[in-house]
Design a protein around this ligand. Sequence first.
Ligand SMILES: Nc1ncnc2c1ncn2[C@@H]1O[C@H](COP(=O)(O)OP(=O)(O)OP(=O)(O)O)[C@@H](O)[C@H]1O
Ligand SMILES: Cc1cn([C@H]2C[C@H](O)[C@@H](COP(=O)(O)O)O2)c(=O)[nH]c1=O
Length: 183
Amino acid sequence: MKRNTILLQLEKPGGTRISEKIRDIILDNENIEMSFVTEALLYAASRAQHVHEKILPALKEGKIIICERFVHSSLVYQGIGRGIGIEKIKEINDFAIQGVKPDITLFFNIDPEVALKRKTSKNRGDRLEQEDINFHKEVYKGYLKIKEMYPDEIKLIDASKNIEEVFEQIKKAIEPLLQDLES
Ligand SMILES: Nc1ncnc2c1ncn2[C@@H]1O[C@H](COP(=O)(O)OP(=O)(O)OP(=O)(O)O)[C@@H](O)[C@H]1O
Ligand SMILES: Cc1cn([C@H]2C[C@H](O)[C@@H](COP(=O)(O)O)O2)c(=O)[nH]c1=O
């Protein structure tokens, strides 16, 4: 289908009233007793609502969607970081997303220690961000593994560069795709 060029900026992984409530439960620093399985299912549930309420209707209207974080995040954080396994996480997410598949995924490649410093410079960070640095290193390695598994779907962006340079890389990565969609 020819897509029109309206960009729909969507929040992650909330983006709807219900998804935001689920996200608050996941990231609440007080929920220290949450099991890894519960965490994985809640991310999938939040994503299911997002797909149902926002993504599918927007796709039907021919809109181009930019979404921060999608299934790959769960594959690496819950599948690898939490040790549940990529296959199980893929299974529950396949059920959640009803066949929706991104045309392209941008992976902002940066040393996990630098990323964590950036993200926690203003506050102490959410329940996931407060995990030990080794967890974040595993997640980072997980993203590299996922990139090897799906080389054509994922484009690497060097996020160690300044914001202007990062923006230029993003434009270069998505421009061919936008041209394809408009032709
Ligand atoms: N290229 C860059 N160089 C230096 N600082 C950066 C760069 N890109 C982002 N930052 C800073 O790093 C912090 C986190 O960036 P950003 O909000 O883009 O990450 P995020 O993963 O979307 O965060 P979250 O989703 O948790 O809000 C912000 O304070 C932002 O200003
Ligand atoms: C979508 C998703 C996210 N996470 C983790 C990653 C972050 O530490 C927090 C919050 O996400 P944000 O978008 O950076 O604010 O949640 C995760 O573990 N699994 C996921 O599927």
